[in-house]
Design a protein. Structure first.
Length: 957
RNA sequence: GCCCGGGUGGCGGAAUUGGCAGACGCGGGGGGCUUAAACCCCCCUGGCUCGUAAGAGCCGUGCGGGUUCAAGUCCCGCCCCGGGCACCA
């Protein structure tokens, strides 16, 4: 009987590096690592403190992944891209004398976990635990070098106890605008009592009742309950934060419509930190793209508040261009503006009411989706332009948003495109107040003129001011916007018509959700409805058990439904008797839960000291791992040394976490002013997805390609790129890859396929290239027939040794810079060379074998451990020093230099490596092929001879 | 519309401060081993033209200009793709 191929291979080379052998090696080493606690990292103090171990390790380094939601679907090969990258880097750093903190937790509260639970009918605690366990298993199989002792889940009561504690700290703090930092609310009370400052509501502290004092303090707290317009999402049955609403007015989870509604909700006063959140971006080693997104989201703009007198009292507008006030010929208020009623005249009442009703019926999407046709109505009322003294008409229009600035604008049609369009539509005057430059007219192919009826659009920019003077202010003749703004602001402040100010797009953070699967608020309400946070010894407030954990959701379009928190139903839990210091009283619990983001706002801090029962983190431990590295640079803010994750958290998680961290910094709990000193955004793994003619995704693995077209079950389908995922029916699971090649090959392929920050398409058929490399590596050291270590020779030939050291040099540099793809290419080149040596001699030089194993160890740790032990070592390779290049071996005696004639390579000559320009020139100009290439030109009278030593020579005849 | 990225062989991608374009891998071709095949090993592989051949020449990094001895890299003007923001006063 004939053997199958596999049987033959098995019989002839039973110790070949196959998927089966890889799996055996990998699972065995994973067990050894676990048993030995190989990746346990010592702290300087506390429960995980170990001074002896700490002394053995070098400089500290905190490497962090954005932790995942433990989704029920499990991992596909796209998920661990970043994790493999951080693992390789962590392992490399351990080998270059660093004490590396590297672990992984689970962001297990929130909508996805809850929706999965609702889907399966299982309690979210059960499904979450299952999912976490499954994910731990999948990540372990990848060989990630996490310190398992430090892994947390946000759903552990021991963890969310501290999430609740931080909430109480925030609640019991206020922002001191003088010192520009958060302080305990008790210090504010002390200042009110001593008279050092007075409440901003204008009342006298000593004369206020206890209840009034509480109300007054609530105006200051960094966490507060407010009745405010919020985003109500009936489809999810909860309110959501601004950051969770997409540009087209839908929820980022579930894609349901979102409606603006006034509701009583918890808010976080993140706006008080707007300046610091923008300014401290300067201190961060983050990409400009992410910084820009944060800046845009916070949306700081410098301008002025200006009051326009009217019959209904002063109308305040915010403008960034007070210099254009002379051109303000009308005003526009948002339809919801409170002064509209008072301004509207009787004969305009009907049309105003009609317009306001129409605007109210539209949600934000429709208002923005508009074809940009300007609509609006005249209120009949007028206001006084403080600079010109003219009476100008007041309109309402939905292009002015109540949610930004003051909800009212002064319209300068000649200098603002929106106002220009509005004025054109309704035939309002457009006087020019600047003389646009000649070029501006030329570009628009019109004659220069101050008659704006010839202008196609508004003019925005620096230009000479005209018609801009009154008896006490004269801008005419100025030509820079900044000068004119300064002059106008000064005038406005002197005359009491306004003042320069800063406006932000950022709103306070809506912090409560009407869901079940989240952290309960550590808050109770007394009989007067005042909120009290619970003292430390009553934490955690454990999420109560219930079968009815699913929230009430509504028809997604039912704007007028009301949220109904699942916790509301648990009256036995809601109503309690407590002694909060003034005897046993009846209280009512808060029935909201915190948003998904709460747990991820501080998890990196808990990794530092995960088992500390006394504090959320020991300050000594925090300062060791996250304290400012002023030795690196004087303005280093402290924080995680390397944070790797996707760009999708640019404004959500990263903004919230920075805010919480800054509060904790202000209150003295942490020494770092930023949580993440360096951020690296990894790319995504993309995969082909295919749609049939109904636009439905078909199984990508059953699609056939013929003549540049794609077919599924005989029908042509269209190809598109997408993130890998279940919904696109193109997910490849890591288990398939383990089965075919093992985890080391998967790790290597993901690192080799491109730079870590680039998205790239997955190609299963390419994976085999990395598998072949590992097979060859294995074969250079292991005899496939016997499994024995190949014979070692004591010395390498000169060429091999030089190549080895050049490789070490490059691999170190590339690993350090997270360019694992190029490091791998160099290692393959070295291995290809070594394969030739081994083929010729049947032995491998010991120094080469050792260095190669050490260099691949961060990338493919299992095969490296196995080879390392075959080479006679008994200890793990994890903490062995990474090879260092011998500088003398990096320079050659002779180098080949290309010789160009007029920039084109015509010849190559060998020159001594240390030759200077003179010597090189002499050698080059006496070379036969060079003379030939010069084609008869006289080498002694060349126009130019450019010599870049070690690079090239260029001759210009 | 504005702000970020990006565009290099059949494919994924390499290329220090401007200095030999296409490293490495996949795919493709040829050879060796084998009764045969698979595995493995060795060689070739951007396009075009000329040459029996060794080889030689020309073109070539989205398009069009420019700077330079020299441009994938720098400058100007466009086109396309991906992402973010979007009536923000």
């Amino acid at each position: 009987m004939e053997d199958s191929n596999e049987q033959q291979v098995e019989r002839l080379t039973p110790f070949r590096y196959t998927a089966e052998l890889a799996t055996e090696i990998e699972t065995r080493w994973q067990d050894i690592w676990d048993v030995n606690g190989t990746f346990d990292t010592p702290n300087p103090a506390g429960p995980l403190g170990d001074q002896a171990a700490l002394d053995d390790r070098g400089e500290k380094l905190f490497i962090l992944d954005m932790f995942p939601y433990p989704s029920g679907a499990g991992l596909h090969v796209g998920h661990p891209l970043g994790y493999i990258g951080t693992d390789v880097y962590s392992r490399f750093k351990r080998m270059t004398n660093h004490n590396v903190l590297y672990t992984m937790g689970f962001d297990a509260f929130g909508l996805p976990a809850e929706q999965y639970a609702v889907q399966t009918g299982q309690h979210p605690a059960i499904t979450t635990n299952d999912n976490v366990a499954n994910m731990r298993r999948q990540l372990r199989r990848l060989g990630l070098s996490h310190d398992q002792r430090r892994s947390i889940s946000t759903t552990d009561p021991e963890y969310y106890r501290w999430t609740q504690w931080i909430f109480t700290q925030i609640f019991n703090s206020w922002y001191d605008t003088e010192l520009k930092k958060a302080r305990p609310i008790n210090e504010l009370i002390a200042e009110f009592e001593s008279g050092k400052q007075s409440p901003t509501n204008g009342r006298v502290w000593a004369e206020m009742s206890d209840g009034d004092k509480r109300d007054c303090l609530d105006e200051y707290r960094l966490a507060y309950v407010s009745e405010a317009p919020v985003n109500w999402c009936p489809g999810l049955g909860t309110v959501v934060a601004n950051e969770e609403v997409t540009a087209d007015g839908r929820s980022d989870r579930g894609n349901f419509p979102v409606f603006k509604r006034n509701m009583r909700q918890w808010m976080m006063r993140i706006t008080t930190y707007a300046d610091r959140l923008i300014d401290d971006l300067e201190l961060l080693d983050w990409s400009d793209a992410i910084k820009t997104m944060q800046r845009n989201w916070i949306g700081r703009s410098h301008g002025a508040h200006v009051d326009f007198d009217s019959a209904a009292g002063p109308i305040t507008v915010f403008t960034t261009r007070p210099d254009t006030l002379f051109g303000a010929t009308f005003m526009v208020l948002a339809p919801e503006h409170p002064l509209v009623d008072h301004l509207t005249t009787a004969d305009q009442a009907n049309s105003v009411a009609e317009y306001r009703a129409a605007a109210a019926a539209k949600n934000d999407i429709d208002r923005q989706d508009d074809t940009r046709e300007k609509t609006g109505v005249f209120t009949g009322g007028t206001a006084t332009n403080p600079l010109t003294g003219e009476q100008i008409p007041v309109w309402i229009a939905d292009y002015v948003l109540m949610g930004y600035g003051t909800g009212a604008i002064m319209a300068v049609p000649c200098g603002d495109q929106r106002d220009f369009e509005f004025a054109r539509t309704f035939g309002l005057a457009i006087p020019a107040i600047q003389q646009p430059p000649v070029d501006w007219f030329a570009d628009r192919e019109i004659e220069p003129s101050l008659d704006t009826s010839t202008w196609p659009e508004a003019f925005v920019g620096n230009a000479k001011y005209v018609n801009s003077a009154n008896s006490s202010l004269d801008l005419n003749g100025l030509s820079s916007v900044s000068e004119a703004v300064a002059a106008t602001n000064q005038w406005l402040e002197e005359q009491g018509y306004g003042q320069s100010t800063i406006n932000y797009k950022l709103r306070d953070w809506l912090f409560s959700r009407q869901r079940y699967w989240g952290e309960p608020f550590p808050v109770v309400y007394d009989e007067d409805g005042h909120a009290h946070t619970l003292p430390d010894d009553m934490l955690p407030v454990v999420l109560p058990e219930t079968d009815s954990f699913s929230p009430r959701t509504f028809d997604a379009d039912d704007e007028h439904s009301d949220p109904e928190s699942p916790l509301d139903r648990l009256s036995e839990w809601v109503n309690i008797e407590l002694d909060l210091g003034d005897g046993l009283r009846t209280y009512r619990r808060d029935t909201n839960v915190m948003p998904q983001w709460a747990g991820s706002c501080w998890y990196e801090l808990r990794y530092l000291d995960p088992t500390n029962a006394e504090q959320f983190v020991d300050p000594e431990v925090e300062s060791y791992w996250m304290g400012p590295r002023t030795d690196v640079r004087p303005d280093h803010p402290g924080g995680v040394d390397l944070y790797v994750g996707g760009v999708e958290h640019a404004v959500l998680h990263l903004l919230y976490a920075r805010f919480w961290h800054k509060v904790l910094f202000d209150l003295g709990f942490v020494s770092s002013k930023e949580p993440y000193a360096r951020l690296f955004n990894q790319g995504y793994i993309l995969a082909n997805a295919f749609k049939d003619d109904r636009g439905i995704y078909v199984d990508a693995f059953s699609v056939e390609e013929r003549d540049n077209a794609y077919y599924f079950e005989g029908n042509e389908v269209t190809r598109e790129w997408g993130k890998m995922g279940k919904s696109l029916k193109n997910a490849v699971s890591p288990d398939e890859m383990y089965e075919a090649y093992g985890a080391d090959t998967l790790r290597l392929y993901e690192m080799a396929m491109g730079p870590l920050d680039a998205s790239r398409p997955w190609e299963t058929r390419d994976v085999v290239g990395m598998f072949r490399f590992l097979q060859r590596l294995w074969r250079t050291m292991v005899v496939e027939e016997t499994g024995e270590l190949r014979a070692l020779s004591e010395t390498a030939d000169d060429e091999t040794r030089r190549l080895l050291h050049r490789t070490i040099d490059v691999v170190r540099t590339e690993m350090e810079a997270l360019r694992f793809n190029t490091a791998i290419a160099k290692l393959i080149e070295l291995n290809n060379h070594v394969t030739k040596v081994v083929n010729a001699t049947n032995e491998i030089p010991r120094e080469v074998a050792q260095a190669m194993v050490l260099m691949v160890a961060p990338l493919v740790p299992h095969i490296a451990e196995e080879l390392w032990s075959k080479l006679g070592n008994t200890d793990t390779i994890t903490y062995v020093g990474f090879p260092e290049a011998e500088p003398a071996l990096l320079v050659d005696d002779e180098v080949e230099m290309p010789v160009q004639v007029k920039g084109k390579v015509r010849a190559r000559v060998m020159v001594p490596a240390d030759a200077d320009e003179r010597t090189i020139t002499d050698i080059v100009l006496s070379d036969e092929r060079v003379l030939e290439a010069l084609d008869g030109a006289d080498p002694s009278s060349l126009k130019k001879v450019i010599v870049v030593p070690g690079r090239m020579v260029n001759l210009v005849p």
